[in-house]
Design a protein around this ligand. Structure first.
Ligand SMILES: O=C1O[C@H](COP(=O)(O)O)[C@@H](O)[C@H](O)[C@H]1O
Length: 246
């Protein structure tokens, strides 16, 4: 079964706090319900997941997760040094990873150390090691959850409009050079995102209304509209983003 955006399930929640709480509940559920093995989750970047990270770090919530079974990856990273204010990993580390008992070897930041092209290849190798194969297999998803955001230009992860990486069919990780700063990024490609049991978009705020409407229609002229998953796709949106407040 492959799901495209036109067949995504949409859940409209009251506000950004409710979206973050719903995602935290889903995170807990997926970890609890996977019968065996590691639970591989790709985190999204930008500002939207920050509320989720804060909730997951709360002792009463973190205590419901068996962190020894969780392996965290990233959907994209800004090509900035570790610790930079724009780094997606720095934000996750500050709000979540430094506060929960996840083994250090089970957190996989995208490297930003040599060149973007070399580091994309290195990250692909890390993913292949975690997956246990060099080729993605149907019915054995790389990720249990891929979390994604939605940019006001329709990008998701760092799949920006007009970028060559949108046409990547083979590599799991690619490079993009968007007009939006920081201008160099690493990103999971469509095939890597598609190798997922569940893709969840977190979309909040009034400024996302036009793009969320296009995402829900599966508008292939925006990068997010072309996302597919071999599992399910869920959109968690707040009422502001869904246009229910206007
Ligand atoms: O640059 C990025 O933008 C998108 C959306 O970010 P947000 O701040 O509007 O939540 C995000 O999903 C992506 O990971 C990030 O690198």
């Amino acid at each position: 079964m492959t799901t495209d955006m036109r067949h995504a399930v949409v859940d409209v929640l009251e506000d950004a706090d409710a979206v973050a709480m719903k995602m935290a509940e889903l995170f807990i559920k997926v970890v609890k319900e996977k019968p065996a093995g590691k639970v591989r989750i790709a985190l999204s970047g930008g500002s939207t997941p920050k509320k989720l990270f804060t909730i997951l770090a709360r002792p009463e919530i973190a205590g419901q997760v068996d962190w020894s079974r969780v392996e965290l990856f990233y959907g994209d990273e800004r090509y900035v040094p570790d610790g930079h204010a724009d780094s997606n990993h720095a934000s996750a580390r500050e709000l979540l990873l430094s506060k929960v008992s996840i083994p250090a070897g089970q957190v996989h930041p995208m490297p930003t150390e040599t060149t973007a092209v070399e580091d994309a290849a290195r990250y692909q190798t890390s993913l292949q090691k975690a997956y246990g194969a060099d080729t993605l297999e149907a019915g054995r998803p790389l990720f249990d959850i891929v979390m994604l955001g939605l940019g006001t230009d329709g990008h998701t992860a760092s799949l920006f409009p007009g970028e060559a990486v949108l046409d990547e069919k083979k590599a799991w990780v690619g490079v993009s050079a968007p007009k939006t700063a920081p201008h160099e990024r690493l990103t999971l490609t469509y095939p890597a995102i598609a190798s997922s049991a569940l893709v969840v978009f977190l979309v909040t705020g009034e400024n996302k209304v036009p793009m969320l409407a296009r995402l829900r229609q599966g508008d292939g002229s925006i990068p997010s509209g072309r996302i597919v998953s071999e599992g399910k796709i869920l959109i968690l949106a707040d009422r502001a983003a869904a246009g229910e407040l206007s």
